[in-house]
Design a binder for this molecule. Structure first.
Ligand code: ATP
Ligand code: MG
Length: 434
């Protein structure tokens, strides 16, 4: 992308409404703009990050055999009456009437809809287990939308749903999904800690929140460093093996991890390798048995032919919240430090003297060799402005092209995260970027 023809409105001043660093940087780097309270437009660079996160989330869901689908954002109120949640959800639900005066809503989540869809077509235990997911916008009319995309009203979520014939099967699905979560957060470059969450009023429920570590996170977290050393790769743990999954789950849940509310000094004293940090919730998984299948009539013929209500789980990841959370985890005073896996582009090309024949030629050459997969700063701005904007936007590499070097075929390659700089020939620089 050529910056002269890109909608990436960077700001020098700190926007007054932004209280936390990720919100400030997302506005300053031109990633998003608010269009109404808690509702954001994703500008081109912000959208590229969102898509990169989505891709990693999707690949790890696919890898454990979850099937991607897409449910609509607008739902009918009828199903929500069957589960009792139409009334229970309260003012967080955005209620809409269509021209025929039918009650509709903008989905805050999809348990009712997926349960009904599954009920319509799955009839036998032979078709189980199954997991389905989609990545779709949600609306929750939060009392206090704040912190930019971290707590929006409209936000992008990956929500998955599992269907099993019995409790032991559902536990396997739950553990498999937990493993996919740990792999997902690792690939995003994040340290994620699963925490046992309130299991609600129905016995036998299971629930974990996933907290990622970021210096500016909302809650204090105490945890065992063993989490950081665990190997979640397919070579270490097979998601096909119930034994592997059990070993993984027991390892995860016996290591100490707690937030403020549940921290317990006596247990903490016994942890050998203590770590403390700040955390942000980016995912939440639940097993809730027949909470939706029973009222919505989702039962299949079991092995003995008798109708059996299915055991379900649901599994959320805050995809748009992750954009903010990643910035909370990776930034410095000058701007964002995108991990390679999610950066809008791998590199920015800084032409320090637009109009200088050698600079223009070298930049065009590099841009072509990267097949346009770079942000080319071709503006007629001062070098200082370009350096500041490149640091602010946080592409992992900066290729700096000045008139003296360009004449000799030399560029300066800077690694944004470490500040390391090297003078290199064009091909050597491109080889480093990979
Ligand atoms: P919270 O306690 O933060 O309100 P929740 O328990 O309501 O979260 P879930 O219903 O479990 O959230 O949704 C799954 C994930 O969706 C959360 O872990 C979070 O990452 C994300 N999420 C929830 N609400 C919002 C929001 N208002 N804005 C952005 N992301 C959100
Ligand atoms: Mg909430």
């Amino acid at each position: 992308m050529r910056l002269t023809h890109t909608l990436a409105p960077t700001l020098k001043e700190t926007p007054a409404e932004a209280q936390i660093v990720s919100h400030r940087l997302m506005l300053r780097a031109g990633l998003v703009r608010q269009t109404a309270a808690g509702i954001y437009a994703w500008l081109p660079l912000g959208l590229r990050v969102l898509r990169n996160i989505e891709r990693i989330v999707r690949e790890e869901q696919d890898a454990i055999g979850a099937q991607e689908m897409l449910m609509p954002t607008i739902q009918s109120a009828d199903l929500w009456r069957l589960s009792g949640r139409y009334e229970a959800y309260g003012p967080e639900m955005l209620r809409i009437r269509d021209r025929h005066d039918r009650e509709m809503l903008y989905g805050p989540t999809n348990e009712e809809m997926i349960t009904d869809l599954f009920r319509q077509s799955v009839k036998s235990y032979r078709e189980l287990p199954q997991m389905l997911y989609h990545i779709q916008w949600k609306f929750r009319d939060e009392v206090r939308p704040r912190f930019g995309v971290m707590r929006g009203r409209e936000f992008l979520m990956k929500d998955a749903y599992s269907f099993d014939l019995d409790y032991p099967g559902a536990v396997v699905s739950y553990r498999r999904m937990m493993l996919a979560y740990m792999r997902t957060f690792r690939r995003l470059g994040l340290k994620a800690i699963p925490m046992e969450a309130e299991s609600g009023p129905i016995g036998g429920n299971l629930s974990h929140e996933f907290i990622i570590l970021a210096p500016t996170g909302e809650s204090q977290v105490w945890y065992d460093a063993a989490f950081e050393r665990m190997d979640f790769s397919a070579a270490a743990i097979s998601h096909e093996s119930a034994t592997d999954l059990e070993r993984f789950f027991v390892d995860m849940t016996t290591h100490y991890a707690a937030t403020d509310e549940k921290h317990d000094e006596a247990s903490w004293a016994r942890v050998a390798d203590k770590r403390e940090g700040r955390g942000i919730e980016v995912g939440h998984i639940f097993y809730f048995g027949t909470k939706y299948s029973a009222p919505l009539g989702l039962a299949v013929a079991g092995q003995d032919g008798a109708p059996t209500a299915l055991h379900m789980g649901s599994y959320g990841i805050g995809v748009s919240r992750l954009v903010g959370a990643l910035i909370e985890a990776f930034h410095d005073d000058a701007g964002i430090l995108w991990p390679d896996a999610v950066a809008p582009f791998p590199a920015a090309i800084l032409n320090l003297k637009v109009g200088d024949a050698a600079c223009d030629r070298v930049c065009d050459d590099i841009y072509a060799k990267l097949a346009g997969n770079a942000l080319y700063d071709d503006r007629g701005e001062r070098a200082g402005v370009k350096f500041a904007d490149a640091d602010l936007m946080g592409h992992p590499w900066q290729i700096v092209v000045g008139p003296r070097g360009a004449a000799a075929g030399i560029v300066e390659l800077k690694r944004r995260s470490t500040g390391e700089r090297h003078e290199l020939g064009i091909d050597a620089a491109l080889a480093r970027i990979g």
